[in-house]
Design a protein around this ligand. Structure first.
Ligand code: ADP
Ligand code: MG
Length: 208
């Protein structure tokens, strides 16, 4: 489903990073583990189509990401890769549901309010549909980021350190939410973390 082969990345004034080959099957749930500075975010960004590697390839469902034009890659990412960013990427001047519609249109998809309402319902945000992001709590914003990542039914759901700023109870519930939603949407799940609390929850590990 997703594979990486021969990936390396070199920061201009920084280290050269090398990543062992990796294959994730459809609907598998994986942890990407490693100490702070080991390259987790770099690898996540490369696998999300956000950072072109120096060498090697990333293939998702038969498509070689960096073989696409910039425009095709944007489309592909919007359509097939759901990313839960550490800080939510939302437009403050748009309402909750409108933010999700924007994610659909940016992926070249038609507005699908049924899909949006379904997701907001599942994530306990139905009543917030016409609110603005600034009117949501931290926990609600995080659930909205998950909704945004899932709205286009991606093949893969990727989260970078989703629990780093959360207390134990919220960390548990975010991991549970990501696992449930990945399964419900038949997406492969990839969570990068150095948080030991997350470790017991997923059984596949790639260690940097
Ligand atoms: P992690 O997410 O595991 O903490 P990162 O992928 O952020 O690791 O960083 C991997 C390594 O690359 C670290 O040594 C970091 O200092 C370095 N690095 C990250 N971003 C940059 C950058 N923009 N310029 C130079 N070095 C960077
Ligand atoms: Mg990181």
């Amino acid at each position: 489903m997703i594979s990486i082969q021969g990936l390396t990345y070199r920061y201009k004034q920084g280290p050269t990073l090398q990543f062992a080959d990796w294959h994730l099957k459809q609907q598998e749930q994986w942890l990407l583990l490693g100490a702070s500075g080991s390259g987790k975010s770099t690898l996540i960004n490369i696998m999300s189509g956000l950072l072109r590697p120096e060498s090697g390839r990333v293939e998702i469902s038969g498509t070689s990401l960096y073989g696409l034009s910039a425009r095709e890659l944007d489309r592909f990412r919007g359509r097939h890769i759901g990313i839960v960013f550490q800080r939510p990427h939302l437009v403050r001047s748009l309402r909750v549901a409108e933010n999700l519609e924007l994610a659909q249109s940016m992926a070249g998809l038609r507005s699908d309010r049924k899909r949006i309402d379904l997701l907001l319902g599942e994530l306990g945000l139905s009543e917030k549909s016409d609110r603005y992001p600034d009117e949501l709590s931290q926990g609600q914003l995080q659930r909205l980021s998950v909704a945004r990542a899932l709205v286009n039914k991606p093949l893969v759901l990727i989260a970078d350190e989703p629990t780093s700023s959360l207390d134990d109870q919220n960390a548990e519930s975010v991991i549970a939410l990501l696992r449930e939603q990945a399964a419900a949407n038949e997406a492969t799940l990839l969570i990068a973390t150095h948080d030991k609390r997350v470790r017991d929850h997923l059984n596949n590990e790639y260690i940097l």
